[in-house]
Write a protein of this length. Structure first.
Length: 266
């Protein structure tokens, strides 16, 4: 009968002397894999692992230096860490590649705001809103900048547009409370303070799970945003009678001389 090759594969394994030191691990970064590195970095960022996320985003810039996403996300990590000098440097690289990129302008506005350059920060946010006019986060940031400039009436108008999108927006109610206090309208400020306190998360409720988490460290570990799964050795299964541990469990008769059967009888 004729033999037909359906599939074929070939692997070459380098063979070296036993005394040769192990080769150092090397990461190969390909241009077509930039999105995998980017998604990995976003996952680390959402877990709060900013250093790990920044390292992953560095791979994006190595894979495709002309892609602004890697530079923007490195800047995002730097802003979260409070390193505005590094954030400015990488975000400016992103803006050179894509001057109108909304997320680059959004995070660059945070850098400008930290520098006290409120006018330029507001201008960057308005560029973002020209593309995404219903983005509540951006509108809230613009309202906050106007508040910091003591333009209370302008800030109120901007922040009221947030409530038109989401009447329960916490940041908008908080900033409106501050703006109305600045305008001397204490009654309206109290109304927004009451709504803010009503909609915000009850931080004291976290204490309810405290006793349980202290008694169950594994569950407490899973609850942490950044956590590690550590392998643990299984207890030894020794017997002093003929047969297997499975037969001891199946019989339903506890044997004190067998660790496995003793566990099964509990």
């Amino acid at each position: 009968m004729p033999v037909v090759a359906i599939a074929e594969s070939e692997v070459t394994l380098p063979v070296v002397a036993h005394s040769t030191p192990a080769a150092a691990p090397k990461t190969i970064v390909r241009k077509e894999e930039w999105q995998r590195w980017n998604d990995y970095g976003i996952g680390l960022f959402l877990q709060g692992d900013l250093k790990g996320a920044a390292a992953a985003f560095e791979k994006v810039t190595q894979a495709d230096p002309k892609n602004p996403d890697g530079w923007v996300n490195i800047g995002r990590c730097a802003v979260q860490e409070g390193d505005m000098v590094r954030a400015r440097m990488v975000l400016e690289k992103a803006l050179v590649l894509s001057p109108k990129l909304a997320r680059a302008n959004f995070f660059y506005a945070k850098v400008l705001r930290a520098d006290g350059n409120y006018e330029q920060a507001a201008a960057r946010l308005r560029m973002v809103l020209a593309q995404y006019p219903r983005d509540r986060v951006v509108i809230n940031d613009l309202g906050r900048i106007l508040f910091l400039q003591r333009k209370y009436e302008d800030a109120v108008k901007v922040l009221q547009s947030v409530l038109a999108i989401d009447p329960e927006d916490l940041q908008a109610h908080y900033n409106l409370m501050l703006c109305y206090n600045g305008l001397g309208q204490e009654k309206v400020a109290k109304e927004h303070e009451a709504r803010y306190l009503r909609f915000k998360a009850d931080e004291s409720s976290q204490a309810i799970t405290g006793p349980y988490r202290r008694l169950h460290p594994e569950d407490n570990n899973e609850r942490q945003a950044v956590h590690e799964h550590v392998s643990a050795p299984l207890p030894a299964m020794t017997t002093t009678h003929a047969g297997t541990a499975a037969s001891a469990v199946g019989s339903g008769k506890p044997r004190l001389s067998s660790t496995a059967s003793a566990e099964a009888s509990r």
